[in-house]
Design a protein around this ligand. Structure first.
Ligand code: ATP
Ligand code: MG
Length: 184
């Protein structure tokens, strides 16, 4: 199993200065007053795992994740989020499984789109999305329960509910690969 160990943010939403959050085993709570950036932390996690929809991150455009400035600080042109994963128990896809620790980085430059790196090597967005899909997590994973998700599950059609169960069982990545293979 892969474990999240650290999350580093710079220039991402309200995190203009470099910030590093330790993710210890067990339960982690993020507490703070309204507007301090708690949801931004969760969105950073989803973003680095390959979220492609700006709307899912409360933005119009993906560039909206870049620090947009305040009355006292100018905007930034780059945002970068790094997620560190402990792979000592194995579990990462073959492409990455040799490494004991995985450092997954996503970087966006204004007007220039996103780049992904794993342990310093450029990879495709797809590689990062599959890395997390195979580990039964990811940007759209059932492990990330955002507001409204519970009522959406209750109201979901059977096929949508099945997709959630398959994702929870960790086979979502296989369907995604089959779909890709069928398109070729
Ligand atoms: P609540 O307790 O109300 O849910 P929260 O701790 O979850 O609050 P967030 O929604 O994570 O707070 O953070 C909101 C703050 O992040 C707002 O002050 C908003 O202006 C700021 N913010 C969001 N995107 C950006 C951006 N691109 N640049 C600068 N600040 C941003
Ligand atoms: Mg919030």
């Amino acid at each position: 199993m892969l474990h999240f160990t650290r999350l580093r943010l710079v220039g991402f939403k309200s995190f203009v200065e470099p910030a590093e959050l330790m993710i210890e085993p067990g339960l982690t709570g993020v507490v703070g007053p309204n507007g301090c950036g708690k949801s931004n932390v969760v969105e950073a996690l989803r973003w680095v795992m390959g979220e492609t929809s700006a709307k899912q991150l409360r933005g119009e455009d993906m560039d909206d994740v870049i620090f947009g400035g305040t009355a006292s600080r100018p905007p930034r042109n780059v945002a970068e989020v790094t997620l560190l994963l402990d792979n000592r128990e194995g579990g990462a896809p073959a492409l990455f499984n040799a490494a004991q620790e995985l450092e997954v980085t996503r970087r966006i430059a204004r007007g220039d789109g996103s780049l992904y790196r794993v342990n310093g090597k450029d990879v495709r967005a797809r590689d990062v999305q599959l890395l997390f899909a195979d580990s039964a997590t990811g940007a759209r994973s059932t492990a990330m329960v955002s507001q409204g998700r519970v009522s959406a599950l209750i109201a979901a059609k059977p096929a949508q509910r099945r997709a959630l169960l398959e994702e929870a069982a960790g086979i979502g990545g296989l369907y995604s690969r089959r779909h890709e293979a069928e398109l070729r």
